[in-house]
Design a protein around this ligand. Structure first.
Ligand code: NDP
Length: 237
């Protein structure tokens, strides 16, 4: 466990699933945590009461609101961009608006939030983006656009790592494999199929992803930047 007392952490998309586990982890380790949500007001308020973290309603797809939220949070030591959506389906049939919204949330938001956070981020700050193993491997049909978004943040992290490296700010991507959340429940319609690709035949736990985020935000990870950190039970092996 790293002691994050005195550190300010902003988690974009923290109301549920992996984001909520990351909020819990940093709050437990002593950080001053702010997190955003889009629609889940009740869950966010409950998580705020449970952890002491501060929920803020802010749609990551709304660029102006997103930038204002990051700026209003003040100097942030650790930014975690977790908010994401998943639109799967036949590209010939899927609603193009759902694809564009996914690109807004999964690609545009991480970029604009990271840049805005970096403006005031102190030396040694940390930017962590939640990507996906699907940025490296898309072994089933219907996932082209989702894979596109998760590959895009890889290039972004490599570039921003160089942009902010002179201030010892690190930029990293965590790439989960199937993880038990509302987005990908362990007993969902595709779960057995997902596990068929994995070396470990189980879904990951959100807390396992949160552990990787805490490591990358901690002092032992100061030399890690511009890198992808896959935690996927061997999905991509
Ligand atoms: P969930 O659907 O369970 O939770 C998504 C979280 O993101 C919620 O807190 C949600 O807020 C927030 N969010 C979504 N859209 C917006 C938005 N426009 N503005 C602000 N917040 C938003 O997803 P997971 O926890 O499973 O996924 C989290 C991240 O991990 C995503 O980036 C996803 O792509 C990635 N991932 C997940 C995997 C999995 O198997 N679960 C595997 C690989 C990657 P609200 O509650 O208000 O909607």
């Amino acid at each position: 466990m790293t002691d994050f007392h005195g550190k300010k952490v902003l988690v974009l998309g923290g109301s549920r699933g992996i984001g909520a586990a990351i909020v819990r982890r940093f709050a437990k380790d002593g950080a001053d945590v702010v997190f955003t949500y889009a629609g889940s007001k009740e869950a966010s308020e409950a998580l705020g009461k449970e952890t002491g973290a501060k929920p803020v309603q802010s749609d990551a797809a709304d660029r102006s609101a997103l930038i204002a939220t990051v700026s209003d949070a003040g100097p942030i030591d650790v930014l975690v961009v977790n908010a994401g959506t998943l639109a799967l389906g036949n590209p010939l049939e899927i609603d193009p608006d759902a694809i564009d919204r996914m690109i807004d949330v999964n690609v545009r938001a991480p970029y604009h939030a990271s840049v805005e956070a970096a403006r005031k981020m102190p030396e040694g700050g940390r930017i962590i983006i939640i990507g996906s193993v699907n940025g490296d491997r898309m072994p089933f049909a219907g996932g082209a656009a989702y894979a596109l978004t998760k590959s895009a943040v890889q290039g972004m992290a490599r570039g921003l790592a160089r942009d902010f490296g002179d201030r010892s700010i690190t930029v990293n991507v965590i790439q989960p494999g199937p993880t038990d959340t509302d987005m990908n429940p362990h007993d969902g319609p595709m779960s057995d199929y997902m596990r068929s690709f994995m070396a470990l035949k189980r879904h990951g736990k959100p807390e396992e992803i949160a552990g990787m985020a805490a490591y990358l935000a901690g002092p032992e990870a100061g030399f890690i930047t511009g890198a992808m950190h896959t935690i996927d039970g061997g999905f991509g092996a």
